[in-house]
Design a protein around this ligand. Sequence first.
Ligand SMILES: Cc1ncc(C[n+]2csc(CCOP(=O)(O)OP(=O)(O)O)c2C)c(N)n1
Ligand SMILES: [Mg+2]
Length: 339
Amino acid sequence: MATATAAPTATPEPESEARPNVSRDELLKYYREMLLIRRFEEKAGQLYGMGLIGGFCHLYIGQEAVVVGLEAAAEEGDKRITSYRDHGHMLACGMDAKGVMAELTGREGGYSKGKGGSMHMFSKERHFYGGHGIVAAQVPIGAGLAFADKYLNNGRVTFTYFGDGAANQGQVYESYNMAQLWSLPVVFVIENNQYAMGTSVKRSTMSRTYWERGAAYGIAGEEVDGMDVLAVKAAGERAVAHCRSGAGPYILEVKTYRYRGHSMSDPAKYRTREEVQKMKEERDPIEQVRSMLLTGSHASEDDLKAIDKEIRDIVNEAAEFSKESPEPDLTELWTDIVA
Ligand SMILES: Cc1ncc(C[n+]2csc(CCOP(=O)(O)OP(=O)(O)O)c2C)c(N)n1
Ligand SMILES: [Mg+2]
């Protein structure tokens, strides 16, 4: 059985070997997908400011490489479940930008008919199981989804995403225990963006290498640079191969960073502007791919401008739809209720 200390990247490979061969098309795909998330989130921020979105809204800007890299390692039929910071996950797994934006504005055309909002959307077609507002509540549910797949012996894997703050919750460890006991095909993805609301990991835990906590249960895992989409994809492939082989769960601690506040109401007093600026300037996941495309002569500035326009059009169309779609009818108050 693989253990945390015997995990594939316990001895880091030289950079050239760790880096997968990547084609022009693949790089363009990641560029496009990350840009869609970024522009979508910027637009959601604007609509929120205009009063068109109510309630909670947590933006994913800065963390785009995490979901785009892991989706590149997934196969059709694999499942995903996450927290309230969920717009990026939905777009990355192929859910429609219009349906997501219209849910944010509380309209009939939204994924939950306008009754769920930012934190509560689902898609059976895309195997997306939400959107959960209670910190870490999605973790045992993710293990449960993997339990069903194991029972059905269908070769599917579930990506269960949660934050560094959530990683301190007791139910995460109950889930680890059962997932390893039953060899469940689940990738536990810790999106370590270094903050839980205004609390830095430095102030909240004595064991900061979150993935290593799986060792207590014999669960394999590794840490990965979450600002590098290619590194995330490569780690995702190792994780998925481990799960599909029947070896049980795998933990990926993805080191990432959120540029915006925790939610739309965040005083941002817990970190300096310089810290955020440095991350944007030196580590931005989209800029990294953009520069690979340009320096490798895979694309010209004009090619990238055309992609930018294409993405802006998709996002503007989604925003228009989210304003034009009607509010749900009052009779909807009595539908989709479990009594
Ligand atoms: C059980 C529970 N406790 C507290 C909260 C309030 N809360 C919402 S988000 C959050 C921080 C979670 O941080 P992290 O897991 O790092 O995720 P991130 O927001 O950074 O993506 C807290 C404490 C909650 N929603 N649920
Ligand atoms: Mg966090």
